[in-house]
Design a binder for this molecule. Structure first.
Ligand SMILES: Cc1cc2nc3c(=O)[nH]c(=O)nc-3n(C[C@H](O)[C@H](O)[C@H](O)COP(=O)(O)OP(=O)(O)OC[C@H]3O[C@@H](n4cnc5c(N)ncnc54)[C@H](O)[C@@H]3O)c2cc1C
Ligand code: SF4
Length: 168
């Protein structure tokens, strides 16, 4: 077990100040991706800054006809919101198609967008992977590449952006 620090932020400036540009620190949302990666050693942050209590849990209409979705809105609340269901049904359906009810209750919009790739080589610390260990190579180029990119990839990485709601 690696030791790490933990602080909870209560406002946005406080969260930014707690992170303090430290590349060994990470924001913590629902933890459904980050904590899993810490358990396997893919992520090894020295400090976590918990952002779940930031006042960013609202979904609001904007003047140009869009919706502004706060970073701490949970995936469950996003999928259930009447305006999301009415105006963006594909988004609501995509969120509901992802993970399980328990995970969607914990997962936040910010964390969902910033979750790391589910490429099996990335999550296996015994494999080379350019994204986890730059310069080590990309075994997915010639190996297991199910769900990886066909278009828009590079010779260094063929992983795709993972959130289901990025697919519609
Ligand atoms: C079994 C399982 C099945 C899953 N299936 C699906 C699926 O089908 N579709 C799908 O889309 N996802 C799926 N997921 C992924 C899941 O949706 C994500 O783990 C979740 O959305 C991440 O949100 P979180 O709040 O828990 O993020 P965390 O785990 O807390 O954080 C993830 C990353 O985002 C960063 N972060 C978090 N919040 C913020 C913020 N406010 N500002 C800046 N950075 C932030 C963290 O530093 C970290 O790098 C699955 C996960 C599991 C475990
Ligand atoms: S596609 Fe290659 S570089 Fe990208 S995450 Fe997977 S193994 Fe790593």
């Amino acid at each position: 077990m690696r030791e790490f620090g933990y602080r909870r932020a209560h406002d946005v400036p406080g969260a930014v100040a707690l992170l303090d540009g430290d590349t060994d620190a990470r924001f913590l949302g629902g933890g459904t991706n980050l904590i899993d990666l810490m358990k396997t050693g893919v992520e090894r942050p020295a400090r976590l800054v918990d952002v779940r209590e930031l006042p960013l849990n609202r979904i609001e209409s904007t003047q140009d006809g869009g919706l502004r979705i706060g970073a701490t809105v949970t995936n469950s609340d996003l999928a259930a919101h009447p305006e999301v269901r009415r105006r963006y049904p594909a988004l609501a359906q995509a969120v509901l198609a992802g993970a399980s009810g328990q995970l969607r209750n914990m997962a936040t919009v910010g964390g969902n967008l910033l979750q790391r790739t589910r490429c099996g080589y990335f999550t296996d610390v015994n494999s080379p992977c350019n994204k986890r260990d730059p310069g080590s190579g990309c075994p997915a180029l010639t190996g297991e590449h199910h769900n990886h990119a066909v278009l828009g990839a590079s010779g260094h990485c063929v992983a795709t952006h993972p959130p289901t709601w990025a697919w519609p």
